[in-house]
Each structure stands twice: as structure tokens, then as C-alpha cells.
Design a binder for this molecule. Structure first.
Ligand SMILES: Cc1cc2nc3c(=O)[nH]c(=O)nc-3n(C[C@H](O)[C@H](O)[C@H](O)COP(=O)(O)OP(=O)(O)OC[C@H]3O[C@@H](n4cnc5c(N)ncnc54)[C@H](O)[C@@H]3O)c2cc1C
Ligand SMILES: Cc1ncc(C[n+]2csc(CCOP(=O)(O)OP(=O)(O)O)c2C)c(N)n1
Ligand SMILES: [Mg+2]
Length: 588
């Protein structure tokens, strides 16, 4: 059901085609270049599924739970930068998708979620499988639509994609009642323009503000560049690298920004925040000019705001969303605009500027930073021969895959932090995780979504035995659609991140954080048609990873039995300032 030349000609000649709403919807998705839809059928979307059946350009992936449909489409969007698309039925289909939608919303991921709805005449009558989709999703979407007339379908899809991918990206829900997908309508072709008077995101930054930023940056004595997910979302890694290289200033990334600047470069101080490095956090606290780029001063990054405000520094903040600026900290030079545009302008101003930087002050600043760095805060018991240290698994994986095209996803918990700390990302969009909502269960669906987009790449998920059970059913989808992924489960038999907080903040009262009666993951993987491996000794870690990687066409579940008592350090406790870090168990 591709748009043929004849059709285009007919439409150009002003002759509309008589199509069902569902067919218009699919044509609109095709016109948007959609290649994959992750979804799950049900009564309200059967006409849409029927239209999918009659075409062969979009591949539909039948997941096992709607939450995973949204996560997989979200993973695809994070890895490619394209809009991820999911399709769910009304009522429970939509409510199952809610966690996925909220996850994408918190991390500003471009997505379109099409949901079926009961027929328009039945809305509000407690019809079978009815729920107020627009109401339920309103606080967790960038925008949502209820389509009441099939005539509006094509333009609604056009708007949905435009809103999802422009400005600060985000998920858009399109609620389609069954009669709207069934009724016939004259199709005039997919609109080539979209106009929304009330929605015009600013791309170009204000020249005067950028000049002010330039002056501050060039006269700084202790400058620092703090970058986040916005650099990846705005595809501005090259511009960031150019600017940092020109200035020679230290740089850090948030959890969401890892890969925006190469971790292997000396100017990179590591991730900052609650589990950031000493050098990254101390530089944040002690700099005199801070350039924040596509980062939103999250509470996990600045710690106690009063402590953060104790030191004076000038803050320049580049963000496409004006509501992100001065939300949590006062900013001196706000620049609303797209990170790529603004950085490009800043780079050319730096090139043209005659202002000399204070070389002496900069050298002193770097010396101070190197003293912090020399404390090597990520050191751990590398040579332990008795028990597998979780950090060792991640570090070994990084050593083995740093030169290949590898994507690393994670779930949520301690393993996520170890992945962020010990896998050193040099490239953008290679690290895929849920930061804002912190959703356990994303690991397998994310990997599945990425593997479809990047079939030649190696795709790993670093997970925990708690998180992985939240979407474990998707192992079945991996088999059906031949998306061979490698699952590295750091199995500590605990909801480790919860256990860590209970140890440190709740005097060791381990309330319901121990997982008893875990399944035999090897047999479970085998039952789903995959390969399972149990790894219990440190010396088996590397051979297991090597063997798993050799099994290119198979999904492999590696159950690493790791040290159950290991904690993530450094750690900034709740209410503390970012330089008040615990560095190891000796600080407890
Ligand atoms: C267990 C756990 C522990 C965590 N610990 C840490 C930690 O130690 N350190 C840490 O950093 N995070 C941590 N997080 C993640 C944290 O909760 C936040 O998700 C994260 O800090 C936000 O990253 P960000 O500021 O880069 O914002 P993002 O959520 O990535 O937001 C991006 C910003 O960029 C803007 N933007 C988007 N597109 C553009 C564009 N084209 N141009 C300009 N601006 C744009 C957006 O408007 C937004 O303000 C943790 C999460 C979990 C689950
Ligand atoms: C859906 C969901 N429920 C609860 C939490 C709270 N939570 C955060 S980390 C964590 C423990 C995760 O355990 P596991 O997956 O085994 O990882 P570990 O911390 O042990 O590495 C929990 C329960 C969450 N983030 N998401
Ligand atoms: Mg665990």
C-alpha cells in the first residue's frame, strides 16, 4: 500500500481517493518514512491492523506486553534519532503503555503512540475497554490528540510527528476511535506542510546573549562545560567536540549525555552528580564560569541546591526549552535555542575573537583538577579472585568492545550506575538508558528496538535480576523477530540500589529488598529458545563474554553471580552537597 506515482498524480489532479481512516493512517505513517511499529492488537485497532496486513513497507513487531512496545520504539528512537512508533489498543492496551510513555517523556524522546479508542458515539458511556486516553496521558506527553473525524487523520499524524521531533522532543499520543479508522474518507495525499500558530520552537539563539556568553567564557579563570542529553537529542556532538578542543576546557556529561563528548579524552572528567566522579563534582562546585549545554540541572546532578548556591559562579545555559532555564538554579546568561545552531555560532565567535585567555589561571585550574583526578575514585578490587565484582564485568565488556560498533543499554539500579561509570562511551547514541523516570524493565525492549535498527551492531543490555524480570517475556519477541541481543545480568540477589540505600540511610534495615526464589535464568533463557550461561567465578567472565559474542545470531542470557554487598561509589547522599561524597565503605 505504498503511495504510487499514479496515486500522487491523481491527488495532484485533485481527485481524492476513497480510503478507510485506517488506510489513511497507514499511508500517513509511510509518508513519514516509518519502517517499524511495535504494537499489540485488540478490538479497537483491528481496522488499523487490517490496513497493516495489506501493505509491506512497514514491519510490525508483535511484542508480549504494551509497555515493551513503547520501550522498544523508544530505544529505536534513542539510537537512531528518528521518531519511534508504537500501536496499542484501547483501555488496558493504553494503560499498559503508560509507563513507556512516561519514560520517553521524562527523557525527551521523540515518539508517536497510536492508541485505539471505542467508537466516538460510545465515548463517555463506560464502553467495553474504554478509558480516557487523553486525560490519562495528558501529564506525560508533549501533546495528545483525539481524532474525531477521519478527514483530520492525515493532518493529525503530520502534526504529531512534527511536534514529537521538533523543539524539545517528546512523545505524542494519537487516540483513534474505531469508527474513525473504519469510515471512508476522500484522501487528498499527505500534507507537505504543517502550520501551528501557537507552536514555533526557537532554533537560533539570540546573538547578543551568545556574545555575552563568549566574553564570560574567554575571561574565565576556572571554566567548566556541563553537557547533557540535549547535545545528543540535537545531534550536536561534533560542534561540542570542536568547541571544547578550541577552548581546552574541562567537560563533564550527565548520565543522559554520556557519549556526547568522548570519554577517552583527557578533558573529560567523567559523569557528574550523585554517582559522579570527584573531579567532575568538585569542578562543578568550584568553577567560576559554567557553560551548561542541553542539561537541565537535575536534582541528581546538583545535589542540595543550597550547597550548590554557596559558591559563586556565572552560569550560561543553552536549552531549546525556555521552561528548562532557571527552573532549578538561577542562570546569568540564558540562551534559548537549538544546541547545534547556538554552538555553531559560538564556535565562529571564538574563532573571530581576539580575546586572550588567561593561560596561567587555566593551568592552575587544570592542576587542581588533576589532584582531584589522582584520587582515582573509581578504583575497586579489580584482582578479586573469589567473587565477581560487578564493575569488572562492565570493564571487561568495555575492553572487549570499545573498538566495535556496540550499543549498551541498561535497566535501572546499581548495574546502571556501574555501566555508566565503567563503560567509557566515545560515541553518541551508544548508551541507552532511562534516566528521568528510572524505569526498571527497559533493558530487554530497548535492546530489541536497537537491534532492529542496527542489525550489524552488537547490542548489549546490562541489567539486574530484579529489573530483567519486569519485561522478561520479551525474550519471546526477540526469537520471533530474530533480534539477537546479549544480556549481561549482574545478579546480586538483591534489589541492589534499594539495599544500598537501606544500608546507608536506614541503618541496615533491609526491608523487602532481597530476592528469594529467583528463576533458573539459564533454563528460562533456554525455554525461550535462547542460550543461557551461568558465570560464577571472576576468571570465567572474559571467556563467557567472548563466547557470547561469537554466537552472533543468538540471544544470550549471561547470569553473572556478582558480589551481593557491593555498593556504588562515589555517592552523594540525599540532602548533601555534590562535593560531600562517600567514596567507599570506609566512609560509612
Ligand atoms: C538510579 C539513578 C541514578 C542516577 N544518578 C545520576 C547521576 O549520578 N548523574 C546524572 O547526571 N544523572 C543521574 N541520573 C539521571 C537523572 O535522574 C536525570 O535523568 C539526568 O541527570 C538528566 O540529564 P540531563 O540534564 O542531561 O537532561 P535530559 O533529560 O537529557 O534533558 C535534556 C535537556 O536538553 C534540552 N534539549 C533537548 N533538545 C535540545 C536541543 N536540540 N537543543 C538544546 N537543548 C535541547 C531539553 O529541553 C532538556 O532541558 C540517575 C538516574 C537513575 C535512575
Ligand atoms: C518500575 C520500578 N519500580 C521500582 C523502582 C525502584 N528501584 C530502583 S533500583 C531498584 C532495584 C533494582 O534491582 P536490580 O534490577 O536487581 O538491580 P541492582 O540494583 O541490584 O543492580 C528498584 C526497586 C524503579 N526504579 N522502577
Ligand atoms: Mg540486583
Amino acid at each position: 500500500m505504498e503511495i504510487s506515482k499514479a496515486e500522487t498524480a491523481a491527488v495532484a489532479a485533485g481527485q481524492p481517493q476513497e480510503l478507510m481512516g485506517s488506510e489513511v493512517l497507514i499511508k500517513a505513517l509511510q509518508a513519514e518514512g516509518v519502517k517499524y511499529i511495535w504494537g499489540y492488537p485488540g478490538g479497537a485497532v483491528l481496522y488499523i491492523y487490517d490496513a497493516l496486513y495489506k501493505q509491506d513497507t512497514i514491519q510490525h513487531v508483535l511484542v508480549r506486553h504494551e509497555q515493551a512496545a513503547v520501550h522498544a520504539a523508544d530505544g529505536y528512537a534513542r539510537a537512531t534519532g528518528d521518531v519511534g512508533v508504537a500501536l496499542v489498543t484501547s483501555g488496558p492496551g493504553l494503560t499498559n503503555a503508560v509507563t513507556g510513555i512516561a519514560t520517553a517523556y521524562m527523557d525527551s524522546i521523540p515518539m508517536v503512540i497510536v492508541a485505539g479508542q471505542v467508537p466516538t458515539a460510545a465515548i463517555g458511556l463506560d464502553a467495553f475497554q474504554e478509558c480516557d486516553t487523553v486525560g490519562i496521558t495528558r501529564p506525560i506527553v508533549k501533546h495528545n490528540f483525539l481524532v474525531k473525524d477521519p478527514k483530520d487523520l492525515a493532518m493529525t499524524i503530520k502534526k504529531a510527528f512534527h511536534i514529537a521531533r521538533s523543539g524539545r522532543p517528546g512523545p505524542v499520543v494519537v487516540d483513534v476511535p474505531k469508527d474513525v479508522s473504519f469510515k471512508k474518507v476522500g484522501y487528498h495525499g499527505y500534507p507537505d506542510k504543517v502550520e501551528m500558530r501557537s507552536y514555533n520552537p526557537v532554533r537560533k539563539g539570540h546573538g547578543g546573549q551568545i556574545r555575552k556568553a563568549l566574553q564570560l567564557l574567554l575571561t574565565a579563570k576556572r571554566p567548566y562545560i556541563y553537557t547533557g542529553g540535549g547535545v545528543l537529542l540535537g545531534n550536536a556532538t561534533n560542534e561540542l567536540r570542536t568547541l571544547v578542543d578550541m577552548l581546552g576546557y574541562p567537560v563533564t556529561n550527565t548520565l543522559m549525555g554520556l557519549g556526547a563528548y568522548p570519554a577517552s579524552d583527557r578533558k573529560f572528567l567523567g559523569m557528574l552528580g550523585m554517582h559522579g566522579t570527584i573531579e567532575a563534582n568538585n569542578a562543578m562546585q568550584n568553577c567560576d564560569v559554567l557553560l551548561a549545554v542541553g542539561a537541565r540541572f537535575d536534582d541528581r546532578v546538583i545535589g542540595n541546591p543550597k550547597h550548590f548556591a554557596q559558591n559563586e559562579r556565572k552560569i550560561i545555559h543553552i536549552d531549546i526549552d525556555p521552561s528548562s532555564i532557571s527552573k532549578r538554579v538561577k542562570v546569568d546568561v540564558p540562551i534559548v535555542g537549538d544546541v547545534k545552531d547556538v554552538l555553531t555560532e559560538l564556535i565562529s565567535m571564538v574563532r573571530e575573537s581576539g580575546t586572550k585567555r588567561d593561560a596561567g589561571a587555566l593551568a592552575d585550574w587544570w592542576k587542581t583538577i588533576e589532584t582531584w583526578r589522582s584520587r582515582d575514585c573509581l578504583k575497586y578490587d579489580r584482582d578479586n579472585k573469589d567473587v565477581i565484582k560487578p564493575q569488572y564485568v562492565v570493564e571487561t565488556l568495555w575492553n572487549m568492545t570499545k573498538d566495535v560498533e556496540a550499543y549498551v543499554c541498561s535497566d535501572v539500579g546499581q548495574h546502571q550506575m556501574w555501566a555508566a561509570q565503567y563503560y567509557r562511551f566515545d560515541e553518541p547514541r551508544r548508551w541507552i538508558n532511562s534516566g528521568g523516570l528510572g524505569t526498571m524493565g527497559v533493558g530487554i525492549p530497548y535492546a530489541m528496538g536497537i537491534k532492529l535498527a542496527k542489525p550489524e551492531a552488537e547490542v548489549f543490555t546490562i541489567t539486574g535480576e530484579g529489573s530483567v524480570q519486569m519485561c522478561i517475556q520479551e525474550l519471546s519477541t526477540c526469537l520471533q523477530y530474530n533480534t539477537p541481543i546479549k544480556i549481561c545480568s549482574l545478579n546480586n540477589r538483591y534489589l541492589g540500589m534499594v539495599r544500598q540505600w537501606q544500608e546507608i540511610e536506614y541503618s541496615g534495615r533491609y526491608s523487602h529488598s532481597y530476592m528469594d526464589a529467583l528463576p533458573n535464568f539459564v533454563k528460562l533463557a533456554e525455554a525461550y529458545g535462547h542460550v543461557g550461561m551461568l558465570i560464577e567465578r571472576p576468571q570465567d567472565v572474559e571467556p563467557a563474554l567472548r563466547e557470547a559474542r561469537k554466537l552472533k545470531d543468538r540471544t544470550v542470557f549471561m547470569d553473572f553471580r556478582t558480589d551481593p554487598t557491593e555498593n556504588v561509589f562515589p555517592m552523594v547522599q540525599a540532602g548533601k552537597g555534590i562535593t560531600e561524597m562517600l567514596l567507599g565503605s570506609e566512609d560509612l
